[in-house]
Each structure stands twice: as structure tokens, then as C-alpha cells.
Design a protein. Structure first.
Lengths: 581, 337
């Protein structure tokens, strides 16, 4: 989501939603008049130019909105999430193409799934185990179809080269050099009739969560594969199919797939109610909000993934608009990361945390309508979420305690710090608000706003002169294994030329040990416990400061019924159940 | 004349080659790592290196630039890895000469990407051009002919207002009120001319008016000034003394001299607009060259950025040559050597 200014612009985001608590329209974000289960007319889905889908290829799609839309319309998965607004049920996998949610053995290193009978592609051919296997093989073709989630490369039981890359280069490389890799892949992923078995080199207890949240393990028909040319092709096994082609700049239309058999599916996943779904790429979030507030013509049948910009908040108060607004917390957490090399004194880091006023940041950015305070870098509904015990200071900060800590640290005050953030008009105001809270506590603050195009590449340079960085993140699936390890494990992030996702160059043996423990756990509970301890370690080291959890304020047209934004739809409109009058 | 055009064309081509090199150097001198961006959210250093190699970013800048220039002359095939192409003919995308490269971001050749954006920018620019030339000249002539009157002051004042208004404000207001709230016009969506000339035009009215108001204001003021200046020339005074009436005097004698500097300006302004009216296209969501330039820059899509730079430069170079030629026709005092 480009407008979100987050590193998670490409995130198969998790279901991190406190839907019920926030839903303006009651319940779980449902609204839109009488419930209707009969198939109806055309639903329009509006998105903005700068947030247009980057990939429709199942092995490459990595944006939460696109993952959920494709799941509901065209790409069925082995297992998936139901369209439940319940924050536990909504992130609990249910069978989709598979007969159950998978059977694990060998300490969660082996997973087995059996395909349902009667599931077909849009041309009427049956989906086979080989299609599943071929889909998985495409994840390794990094040099031809890069950009997708590549967790399988790290997990599948295939040897690696000296530099850590897999010896398997994917299905397009038919050279002798790749034959050993192909053989290793064929051994790690095996088919027996309609049953597929994955053999991993390390335990993957949350594998069903991962494949429900991402499309990387979806089946793919080899005869339809044209590599990068297939990026915007859709070959459906879901209730809809793409009519004609997808136009990157304007969108596309999905119509009924005649070879979809609803009997093989569940209505808790896909009700497939509108007869046609038209995706429109249009100008910007302001225009989309104006259109939905005006609620005329086809826009009466429209939903959007664009949150109402704060400039339009004042127009949301009339009853006719309010009843069409749904507010849910987003899957993302914004945080500040400390530079461990430059702020090497733990007392200074603690003082900086105590001096930080997340409330000032929230207020400057639009208040409670725009943000909820965060108490950990992990989103509240991620499996095993708990507030980080280290972050218990008042939301407005504690300047007196911070001053005391600086004194205790024996450093000269005012202590100079350089805060780097991604520059926008709102972020400038928010940074100024933080500066004020820090300076009250004895820091001398330099604000360095960097334009969006260069922000992350700048703070990833190990030699940058920032002491503190703004950043944002969303989990790839509802497990903290996709949050703290990718952000703070120095072993996988830090190289001579880049800090990658570990902007603060944090590299703690204690934390890394807990990550290893989590990655070697054979049960979800054991993994969760280790990750909770890992987050606590980060808090103890004041490696980061949680700021806020953005709120999605989404409008829909007055003809839209059964409107839902669920945890499984990553906070976006859940096309599994939405209908139009 | 022919020698002049050939000479200018050769200089233009040399300029384009230099500009492509400068764009390459500027792109790679930034902190941005295009391979890391293409690789995805969570990538190991080995995976980033693999992606870099596959996209050709591991090679020295001059080598990459050389391959780019070679592609312009002989065309290129993608993916870059010859072995992969030979083993998987279905994967191959052929980019015929003059090939401007392949955009991984758009998963298409830059030529195709530009081909879909050019008609949109050209349409907006041409319709806006017609609006502003007609309006600008008309108001300029009226103001000049009624110099010092209430009408003249009104036109000059209004011009100042429209000139001062930022394009995004005008565009946003037109979109918000004229299209969405009052629904006088449908929400503009680009319709190809070949599909429906009527819809093509009606959908271009709001974006074109947005652009035209700014230029119209400037052209009204300038044409007024040029006309007033030309009307003080001796030959105009002589014509007036000989009894030539006001209107023929304006169109036959004064305007011709006043037009010369305007033609230069109009040619260059049109050339720049053909390269994309960034703000207008962004406000109305028209995927022309302007919006493509913005998205390519934010997504660090080097091949498309280079393609746009070259295309825009070509427009400007051609416009310069055309303007010089027109100049010679309009003003007999000018000779092309």
C-alpha cells in the first residue's frame, strides 16, 4: 500500500484486526442494508493508480489486498481463511482445495495434503497434484519471476550452495547444472495420486497459516506458464474468471467461471454473490472518497481498499455517509528503531523510549480516527500476541524519568540525536511532535525527512548517520515468526553494504538464540513461546519503540450489501461474502 | 534548408545518446538497489545477488548502457539469459529495434509501455493546445484592441488569477465539483479516438481545460503585449494612415508580426506537454507519459525512465527544429543557414 509509507508495501499481510471494537457500523464491520444471499449484479472495486496491483501471478503476488481478492475470486488454496469477522476464527485455516488442513509428521518437518475430488481449472481440466508441485517449483525461479514470497527456498529440504542460495533454480532452468537441484526438489515434494507431501529441512509448525495467508503454494498449470509474461494472466480455479485481459492502468472484469463447482467449496469462504466484479484503477484516495461520499451511479455499487484521507474526515459525519463507513485496525504496526551502533549506551536508549510520546505522534497524524496506540511491534491478533512488558511508559511519554536516565547514563546533555523518517506533510508534523517530546527530556533533535523513493535505501546503508528511524511492518502470516526475526536477526540482515530490514543493526546473541528456538520448534505453541520471549528481549534492549496501528476507514456504496472487512481479508473488503442490491 | 535540418538532426541524436548515458549514471549513483527492490520483501543477500544477475544489474554501468544502445539498433530478447530463452521459447519476449529495453515492473517492453501512454498524453496536449491557442489569442486580441478599457483590465486581471492558480487545484476542483458533485461531465476516463471520437473528446474536456486555463492566461497576456508592441511599428502606422480598417489592420498586419515569438513558445510548450502533463494526468488518473514518469520513478523502473527521457527529449528536439522552420516562414527576415 503505497500511501501507507510502509516497508510493507509488498506484504501478504496477516489478519491483524480488532474489527469488532472499531467497526463503525456495528459488529464486524458489516453493514449495507439487508443481508442478501441471492446472486446479484455488478460490484465495482476502486483503487488508486499508485496502489495498482503489481502481480496477479499466484507465486508472485505479495500485497495483502491482492492476496485476499485473488483468494476469493480466482485462486483457491490448499487451505485458506474463512470470511469470519471473529479474530480467532478469521485466522484459523480451513480446507479449500485440500480435504483437511494438513497432516504433519517428523516434528512438523513433513506436511501432507490430499486434493478434493472434482476441483477444476477454468477450462474444465482437473487440478492435479502435479499442478501443486509445479506451482511450488516456481518459487525457486527467482531469476525469471522475482518478487514473490520465497519462504519455501529456506524451508524445503534442498541443499544450498556456499553462498546460501538454493541449488535448485526453478523449473525454467533445464541445464545439467540444475539437474541435481531438480532431483532434490522432486525428492522434497512428492505426489502419490492426489496426495502431496512436502519435506522440509526444519520444522514448519505454522505451515498451514503460511499457505492460507499467501499464494506461494497454489497450483499452477505448466502449459499456461509463460514466466514473466504471465504476471498479469489469471487462470482460474475459483468462482470467477478474468474476462479478456487485465490492464495494469485501468483494471479488469471478473465474470462467472462456468467450470467452478460450488459443491467443492464452502460458503464460509466464498459465497460468490455478485455476477460480475469490475476492478477500476482510478486517480487517488481523495477522488475515491469524494465519489463514495457522493454515492451516485455505479459508485453506489462500489467498495474500495483506500482509507478515507484525513482531509475528508469532516465529511463523514452525515448519517448517510456514516452508515457506509467501516473502521478497522490495519495489519500494520509503525515503530521507531534505534541505531544500536550509535546509541550504544542502553540507558540512553531507555531514556529515548521514556521520552517518546506516541500520543503526540498520533494526534499530529489525525488522532484516534487515524491510529490506535501500539504496545508491541507484533500486531494484536497475531498468534500469541502480548503487549511487550518493557513498553509500559505513559503514552504521552515520561520526560522526568528520561532526564533521570540520561543523568544516570553520564552523558552530556542536551544529547544529540538524528531522527530519520519518510517525508510527507503529515510525517513532518508527526516528527515535529516527537521532537518536542524528546527535547523536553534533554535531547537535541535533528529531523531528517527523506523522500519516499530513497527512504529505505538510505536507512539500509550501514554508514548512514541516523540514530533513530521510523519504519512500518506487517506480518506475512499470523505468526510473529514473520515479524521479529526478519526485522532483528542480524545474521540474515547485516552485510557490509546493507542492513536490509534491520535498520538499527541490532544483532543480539540472546535474541538470535530465541529465534533459533522458535525456528526449530515443532509445535505452534512452542514457537509462539520462544517468539514472545524474543520480543521481550527486544524490549529489554530498547531495540525499538512501538508507535501505532493505523486504522482503515473504508467507505462503500449504498447498494452494497453483506459488507465485511474481516481478519482474513487483511482489513480490506472481503469479496467472499459481499453482494450488491 | 535540407542541410540545416540534417545538421540539427545529427546534433539531436548525439544529444539523445548523451542523455541516455546521463540517465544511467544518475540512476545508479543513488542509494537505491534495483535488484533488492525486484527481489521482494524478505530476501537473503544471495537471492538479491541472483536477481541482480538475472536483471543484468551486476554488470558495469557502461556495459549496461552499451547493451541498451545495441538494443536500439538491433533489438533484444528477454529474459536476458540466453540459455533460459533457448530452453523455454514460451518465455521469450522479443523487443524489436529500436528496442528501449524491458520493464520488469510493467512486465512488458518499454516500447509497448510507451506505446500505450503516448496517445493519452498526445490527446490531452493537443486538445488543451487548441483550447489555449484559440482562447489565449482571442482574449489577447480583444484586450489589445480595447487597450485601457474595462474589458482589457478584466481580461488581464482574470489571466493573472488563472495563471497564479496551481494546476492541481484547478484540476481537483473541476473533478470534485464539475464531475463528481454536480455531474455536469462524467468522470473522465480515457477513451481511444479510434473507439469513439465523441467520447474521446468529451472525456478530454476537463483535463484539457485544466491545462489550457494556465497556458491560456499566459498566452492572452503575452499576445496582448506582443500585439500592442507590434502596433507601434512604422508599417502599422503607415497602414493605419492609409485608411486600413481596424480589423484588417489587426489580422493582416499587426498579428503576423506579433505571432512570431508566440509560435516559438507554443511549439516548445506543446513539445513539453506531449511528454506528459504530470499533474493533470495524476489528478485525473490518465495513464499518459506524465503519470508513467511518476510511477516509474517511484518504482525505480530504470528502463522505462530512460525510455521516457529519450522520448521527451526527442519531442523537444523535433519541436525546436519545426519551430525554427516555421519561424523562417512567418518572418521573412529570418533565414536558415
Amino acid at each position: 500500500m503505497t500511501t501507507n509509507r510502509r516497508r510493507v508495501a509488498v506484504v501478504g499481510a496477516i489478519a491483524a484486526l480488532s474489527v469488532g471494537a472499531l467497526a463503525a457500523c456495528g459488529g464486524a464491520g458489516g453493514s449495507g442494508g439487508s443481508s442478501s444471499s441471492a446472486a446479484k449484479g455488478t460490484l465495482y472495486y476502486l483503487t488508486q493508480t499508485s496502489a495498482k496491483p503489481e502481480h496477479l501471478d499466484p507465486q508472485r503476488v505479495y500485497i495483502g489486498r491482492d492476496i485476499t481478492n485473488l483468494s476469493r475470486l480466482v485462486y483457491r488454496q490448499l487451505v485458506t481463511f474463512p470470511d469470519s469477522a471473529d479474530k480467532t476464527a478469521g485466522v484459523t485455516p480451513v480446507p479449500d482445495l485440500a480435504t483437511n488442513t494438513g497432516t504433519s509428521s517428523n516434528g512438523a518437518k513433513t506436511w501432507q495434503f490430499t486434493l478434493k475430488d472434482g476441483v477444476k481449472w477454468q477450462d474444465g481440466k482437473a487440478i492435479t497434484c502435479d499442478d501443486l508441485k509445479y506451482g511450488a517449483s516456481r518459487v525457486f525461479a527467482q531469476s525469471v519471476i522475482p518478487g514473490g514470497p520465497n519462504y519455501l527456498v529456506a524451508y524445503l529440504n534442498i541443499p544450498t550452495n556456499k553462498d546460501g542460495s538454493s541449488i535448485y533454480a526453478g523449473p525454467y532452468d533445464k541445464s545439467a547444472a540444475n539437474q541435481a537441484g531438480q532431483a532434490a526438489f522432486d525428492k522434497a515434494v512428492t505426489c502419490n495420486g492426489n496426495t502431496i507431501t512436502y519435506d522440509f529441512k526444519k520444522p514448519w509448525p505454522d505451515f498451514p497459516l503460511a499457505i492460507a495467508a499467501l499464494h506461494m503454494m497454489d497450483p499452477y498449470r505448466q502449459d499456461k506458464d509463460q514466466g514473466d509474461k504471465s504476471n498479469y494472466s489469471v487462470f482460474s480455479d475459483g468462482p470467477y474468471e478474468l474476462q479478456g485481459t487485465w490492464n495494469q492502468n485501468t483494471g479488469g472484469t471478473f465474470v462467472r467461471n462456468p467450470n467452478y463447482d460450488a459443491a467443492t467449496d464452502s460458503t464460509t469462504v466464498r459465497k460468490a454473490l455478485p455476477n460480475k466484479i469490475v476492478f477500476q484503477v482510478t486517480s487517488d484516495a481523495e477522488t475515491i472518497a469524494d465519489r463514495l461520499i457522493a454515492d451516485t451511479g455505479n459508485d453506489k455499487n462500489a467498495v474500495t481498499d483506500r482509507s478515507v484521507p484525513s482531509s475528508r474526515f469532516s465529511q463523514l459525519n452525515s448519517d448517510s455517509v456514516k452508515s457506509r463507513l467501516t473502521s478497522v485496525s490495519s495489519p500494520y504496526i509503525d515503530y521507531l528503531q534505534m541505531n544500536m551502533k550509535r546509541l550504544s549506551n542502553p540507558l540512553v536508549r531507555q531514556a529515548l523510549y521514556e521520552a517518546t510520546s506516541p500520543q503526540a505522534w498520533i494526534d499530529a497524524g489525525g488522532g484516534s480516527k487515524a491510529y490506535l496506540p501500539a504496545h508491541s511491534i507484533v500486531n494484536p491478533v497475531v498468534h500469541g500476541y502480548q503487549p511487550n512488558p518493557a513498553f509500559n511508559a505513559p503514552l504521552s511519554g515520561d520526560a522526568a524519568k528520561a532526564k533521570q536516565l540520561l543523568q544516570q547514563a553520564g552523558v552530556k546533555t542536551p544529547y544529540p540525536i538524528n531522527f530519520m523518517y519518510e517525508k510527507t506533510t503529515t510525517a513532518d508534523k508527526q516528527a515535529a511532535a516527537l521532537k518536542s517530546s524528546w527535547e523536553q527530556a534533554g535531547f537535541k533533535v535533528t529531523l531528517t525527512g527523506i523522500d519516499a523513493d530513497n527512504y529505505y535505501s538510505t536507512i539500509q546503508k550501514p554508514s548512514n548517520n541516523g540514530d533513530l528511524y521510523w519504519a512500518g511492518w506487517g506480518a506475512d502470516w499470523p505468526s510473529a515468526i514473520t515479524v521479529t526475526p526478519p526485522l532483528f536477526d542480524g545474521r540474515i540482515n547485516l552485510t557490509k553494504t546493507s542492513s536490509q530490514n534491520d535498520y538499527g543493526q541490532y544483532n543480539s546473541p540472546a535474541f538470535n538464540k530465541l529465534v533459533d528456538e522458535a525456528q526449530n520448534a515443532s509445535t505452534l505453541d512452542a514457537q509462539t513461546t520462544a517468539l514472545q520471549k524474543a520480543d521481550a528481549q527486544l524490549g529489554k534492549d530498547y531495540a525499538y519503540v512501538p508507535l501505532e496501528n493505523q486504522v482503515f476507514n473504508l467507505l462503500h456504496g449504498s447498494n452494497v450489501t453483506n459488507y465485511l472487512q474481516t481478519p482474513s481479508s487483511n482489513g480490506y473488503p472481503d469479496l467472499g461474502g459481499i453482494n450488491v442490491k | 534548408m535540407f542541410a540545416y535540418i540534417v545538421r540539427r538532426a545529427v546534433i539531436g541524436v548525439a544529444l539523445l545518446i548523451v542523455m541516455s548515458l546521463v540517465t544511467f549514471i544518475l540512476f545508479f549513483s543513488g542509494a537505491f538497489d534495483p535488484a533488492r527492490n525486484a527481489c521482494g520483501k524478505v530476501c537473503s543477500p544471495a537471492q538479491i545477488e541472483q536477481t541482480s544477475k538475472a536483471l543484468g544489474y551486476d554488470k558495469p554501468i557502461l556495459t549496461q548502457w552499451g547493451s541498451f544502445l545495441a538494443g536500439i539498433v538491433v533489438g533484444r530478447d528477454y529474459p536476458l539469459d540466453k540459455k533460459v530463452r533457448e530452453e523455454n521459447p514460451d518465455l521469450v519476449t522479443h523487443c524489436a529495434a529500436p528496442c528501449l529495453g524491458y520493464s520488469m515492473v510493467n512486465t512488458d517492453t518499454v516500447n509497448n509501455v510507451l506505446k500505450s501512454a503516448i496517445p493519452i498524453s498526445v490527446s490531452i496536449a493537443l486538445v488543451a493546445f487548441v483550447f489555449w491557442i484559440i482562447g489565449g489569442l482571442l482574449f489577447g486580441i480583444i484586450a489589445a484592441m480595447t487597450k485601457g478599457s474595462f474589458l482589457d483590465r478584466g481580461i488581464v486581471g482574470l489571466s493573472l488569477i488563472f495563471y497564479a492558480f496551481p494546476t492541481f487545484v484547478v484540476g481537483s476542483l473541476l473533478l470534485r465539483f464539475v464531475a463528481i458533485k454536480w455531474q455536469i461531465f462524467a468522470l473522465p476516463v480515457y477513451v481511444p479516438l479510434t473507439q469513439s471520437p465523441g467520447l474521446w473528446f468529451t472525456n478530454l474536456i476537463l483535463p484539457a481545460v485544466t491545462l489550457a486555463l494556465f497556458y491560456m492566461a499566459a498566452y492572452a497576456r503575452m499576445s496582448r503585449a506582443f500585439i500592442i508592441e507590434a502596433s507601434t511599428e512604422d508599417y502599422v502606422r503607415t497602414a493605419k494612415a492609409k485608411g486600413v480598417k481596424k480589423v484588417p489592420l489587426m489580422f493582416k498586419h499587426t498579428l503576423r508580426a506579433a505571432l512570431t515569438p508566440l509560435v516559438t513558445m507554443a511549439g516548445l510548450d506543446l513539445a513539453i506537454l506531449l511528454g506528459g502533463a504530470i499533474i493533470t494526468e495524476d489528478v485525473f488518473g490518465f495513464h499518459g507519459l506524465g503519470l508513467l514518469a511518476v510511477t516509474s520513478n517511484s518504482r525505480q523502473d530504470l528502463p522505462t525512465i530512460v525510455g521516457i527521457v529519450l522520448l521527451l527529449s526527442t519531442f523537444v528536439i523535433i519541436a525546436n527544429i519545426v519551430v525554427d522552420i516555421l519561424y523562417a516562414y512567418i518572418d521573412p527576415r529570418v533565414r536558415l543557414d
